[in-house]
Design a protein around this ligand. Structure first.
Ligand code: ATP
Length: 325
């Protein structure tokens, strides 16, 4: 039986480790290995600490997500300590790192899943660390047997990395007779057949995910790690927008910043799930295109002009921007 780590989503406590009586002692082994891993990779001291730190800094650079960052760091520390224990020929168990990500679209789930894949590659938990993103249509087929085949194909592609299934609950919506059930069964079997060869992350809206896991106790017991992604606040969304522009060497003028805040506030007031970074990215990218059209007829644009996004590029006039401040 594998070690199970329960991260309590709602508090800051360290993970609870449910460790059944270990059956395997490594004392007799001269070269400690990761248990149950098909790769049976020899654990060396060679984990590139700089690369791990680099990935953790990328995680820290994300706006907000304080608890998510804490959990990922806890997870990283936990895995690292297991490695050190193995090196000291202490008891070793396989790590079960399948996860549930709960949150609205655009709250950073895929971004964090990618970082986790890369992190575990550097830590030699995963061989490749890539991510295969899929949804119901990629897993569910049209006739008996087709679904199992399609799902196995996705698992195969994900071996050595992360299989990320968005809106995972859609697999259970059709009930017992739906092919989605076959996809779930195939996933469960793949988790057994390919233990430690990939990490499965099921993602989606919080309430739907809770319902999904309640209706599938067999599945639920295989996911020891829950990570919640809250909606971003107005200030966080603003910071995300500014970071996205800065990364592309653009910037808001003072008025544009206020106009952007005003637009975001309006959207947050009218749409309950508007607090997401995807929306901000779309707004920023649209503003960049609008700026291009505005400057196109001006061959002698200055460096500053080429960098600055003006309120007009947000399709909002300056009066509105002033009113919002
Ligand atoms: N905290 C953050 N800081 C900076 N950029 C972010 C942050 N969160 C998300 N983004 C950016 O927002 C965009 C959407 O994020 P992402 O795809 O990770 O969200 P998601 O929760 O997986 O949404 P979906 O389910 O719609 O795919 C990406 O371009 C990502 O880089």
């Amino acid at each position: 039986m594998p070690i199970r780590i329960t991260f309590r989503p709602d508090d800051h406590l360290p993970p609870v480790v449910h460790s059944p009586k270990p059956k395997v002692a490594l004392e007799s082994q001269s070269e400690p290995t990761v248990q149950n891993s098909k790769f049976r990779k020899t654990i060396s001291n060679s984990t590139d600490k700089d690369k791990v730190e680099e990935i953790l800094s990328e995680l820290d650079a994300l706006i907000g997500l304080r608890k998510v960052k804490e959990l990922v760091r806890e997870l990283q520390a936990y895995v690292e300590i297991q490695r050190r224990r193995t090196r000291e020929k202490l008891l070793a168990e396989s790590l079960v790192l399948h996860m549930i990500f709960r949150g609205n679209p655009g709250t950073g789930k895929t971004t964090v899943a990618r970082l986790i894949g890369r992190l575990f590659k550097e830590m030699e938990v995963l061989q490749k660390g890539h991510i295969i993103e899929c949804e119901r249509a990629d897993l569910v087929g049209e006739y008996i047997g087709h679904t199992a085949q399609k799902t196995r194909e996705q698992v195969k592609k994900a071996l050595g990395g992360v299989l990320f299934i968005d809106e995972a609950y859609s697999l259970a919506r059709g009930g017992e007779k739906d092919f989605g059930k076959e996809a779930i069964d195939t996933l469960v079997k793949s988790m057994e057949d390919h233990k430690n060869e990939f990490i499965l992350i099921l993602a989606g809206y919080r309430h739907e995910m809770d319902w999904f896991l309640q209706t599938n106790p067999g599945l639920r017991s295989r996911f020891p790690i829950y990570i919640d992604f809250p909606d971003y606040t107005l200030d966080e969304l603003l910071a995300i927008g500014e970071t996205m522009l800065k990364d592309r060497q653009y910037e808001f003028s003072f008025e544009t910043r206020e106009a952007f805040r005003f637009m975001l506030q309006g959207l947050l007031n009218s749409h309950p799930y508007a607090g997401n970074a995807r929306l901000v990215r779309n707004m920023a990218e649209r503003a960049i295109r609008k700026q291009a059209v505005r400057l196109y007829q001006k061959p002698n644009s200055t460096r500053e002009e080429l960098m600055q996004i003006l309120p007009i590029d947000l399709a909002i006039d300056e009066n509105n921007a002033r009113n919002s401040s």
